[in-house]
Design a protein around this ligand. Structure first.
Ligand SMILES: NC(=O)c1ccc[n+]([C@@H]2O[C@H](COP(=O)([O-])OP(=O)(O)OC[C@H]3O[C@@H](n4cnc5c(N)ncnc54)[C@H](O)[C@@H]3O)[C@@H](O)[C@H]2O)c1
Length: 446
């Protein structure tokens, strides 16, 4: 389903075996020189892949996984809707032939499809459903010892983020790779720019403004035979319980840029404005169409994020960073990454497809036995976006700790096809914030 400029289905860059060897060597040379250690009890070197959520991004990601490593085979697929799974299967089969080996008995439909994919003897799982389901699917995949690629955002509420943090720790304990779909972290121009910032090219970061100003998203008109559940799932980006609202679902990319520039330090509190001006009617669900967030840091830095999904308005998706010795503007689309000030610089290197790089690095890590783990920062960036939404919805200034430990949980009473009422559109000053407390750490006695 095409949504804005993010959906890259069909843009699977083909990669040859030679490219694969070159990429794995490059990843290996970033650390110690390591021999491939992939050996599986099955007795061959095939990596079996399953994916859950066969829409635009999932189909794109599965193609990139198949392109990343000539030994990958797609062997299981899961979705709540048969038509989504079938069209994805047809697309991948036409592109990758016999390497897509998903007979009827390994095509799973329904809310429990994720369990069946995970239990189907796969080695790697791709998680690309709407974000609401991510924490539970991630937990099941990691508990089963699978390597995971999971799309952003990682959750829609703080309860989900805490679960993702636990799964990330478990992935480390189990030695499996966990790679996130925060794709800009895998973009060469972005990597080079943030590396310059961390090297002090603009001095200390004192302020930052990131934007995600874009068009409204499409709608799937309701059909007579659709239940509320089906209608909401097919239009998931319009419902806060499914998407987290667009600040979480889409603009989390730009909020992750703040996390990246601030080197993983979390804000102490956030204040936000937001509302719904052009989105009207039941088909627009209950999400807002604009947000503006102020993140305050312990060292006095203030970082701002603005996002908007409205038609006929100017667009922008840039990171503007102000430091004590210069400024940096990163627009990764053009790409134009420029530092002005004491140490001027401009990115002039290559710009390989970042969606492909994610999978090249994931599969190289699996082959080499050196697991990757994006867990903490991917959960924190998601939480920063949720914190922004909480502050905008309630009109309150919210601290990091009270947001992260908030008991808010947007899960409906059950997952079933039937009636689900649409929650009210949040009203600042009236919508309640549910603060949480960090659990007390009890020191073990000696
Ligand atoms: N990194 C990026 O640039 C990027 C780009 C696009 C989308 N995304 C992310 O990818 C995810 C999917 O987005 P999309 O554009 O592919 O949406 P989509 O609607 O095209 O696909 C989602 C699929 O998940 C299925 N689904 C829904 N609930 C399910 C469940 N409980 N179990 C199994 N399947 C279920 C749907 O039927 C659909 O086929 C989102 O989290 C989105 O934010 C990331």
């Amino acid at each position: 389903m095409k949504k804005d400029n993010e959906n890259d289905a069909g843009r699977n860059g083909d990669i040859t075996r030679r490219d694969f060897v070159r990429t794995t060597a490059a990843v290996a040379s970033a650390g110690a020189l390591i021999a491939p250690t992939w050996a599986y009890a099955r007795g061959d070197d095939t990596i079996r892949l399953g994916f859950i959520g066969c829409g635009g991004r999932g189909t794109g990601a599965a193609g990139q996984a198949l392109s990343a490593d000539p030994g990958v085979e797609l062997t299981a697929m899961g979705d709540v809707f048969e038509d989504r799974l079938s069209s994805s299967h047809e697309h991948l089969r036409s592109k990758f032939g016999d390497r897509v080996d998903v007979p009827e008995e390994r095509r799973f439909i329904g809310f429990d499809a994720y369990r069946k994919v995970i239990e189907s003897d796969v080695d790697v799982v791709i998680l690309t459903t709407p974000p609401h389901f991510r924490p539970a699917h991630l937990k099941a995949a990691i508990d089963a010892g699978k390597h995971v690629f999971c799309e952003k955002p990682m959750a829609v509420d703080a309860t989900g983020v805490r679960s993702v943090l636990e799964s990330a720790a478990e992935a480390k304990r189990k030695g499996v790779s966990l790679v996130s779909g925060f794709c800009w972290r895998y973009s060469a121009p972005n990597r080079a720019s943030y590396a310059k910032i961390h090297d002090g090219a603009i001095g200390d970061v004192v302020s930052m403004h990131t934007t995600y100003h874009t068009n409204a998203l499409g709608k799937q008109p309701r059909q007579d035979h659709w239940s509320d559940t089906e209608w909401q799932l097919r239009n998931w980006w319009h419902f806060t319980w499914l998407s987290g609202d667009h600040i979480v679902e889409q603009a989390c990319h730009s909020i992750d840029w703040i996390n990246w520039a601030m080197n993983g330090v979390m804000p102490i509190r956030a204040t936000a404005l937001g509302g719904r001006q052009v989105r009207k009617g039941p088909e627009s669900g209950n999400v807002y169409d604009h947000f503006a967030v102020i993140y305050e840091y312990k060292n006095g830095a203030r970082c701002f994020h603005t996002c908007r999904q409205m038609p006929n308005c100017s667009g922008d998706n840039t990171s503007y960073i102000m430091g004590t010795k210069g400024t940096c503007a990163i627009n990764p689309w053009t790409p134009s990454c420029v530092i002005d000030g004491e140490s001027p610089w401009r990115y002039e290197g290559d710009n390989p497809n970042m969606y492909q790089v994610e999978h090249n690095e994931l599969f190289a890590s699996i082959r080499s036995g050196q697991p990757m783990n994006d867990g903490i920062w991917m959960a924190n960036s998601t939480m920063m976006a949720i914190m922004g939404r909480m502050a905008a919805y309630t009109g309150k200034t919210i601290t990091w700790e009270k947001a992260l430990y908030s008991p808010e949980d947007l899960t409906p009473p059950e997952y079933a096809f039937g009636d689900i009422a649409v929650g009210p559109v949040a009203m600042p000053g009236e919508t309640e914030f549910l603060p949480g407390e960090a659990p007390m750490l009890i020191e073990s006695g000696g």
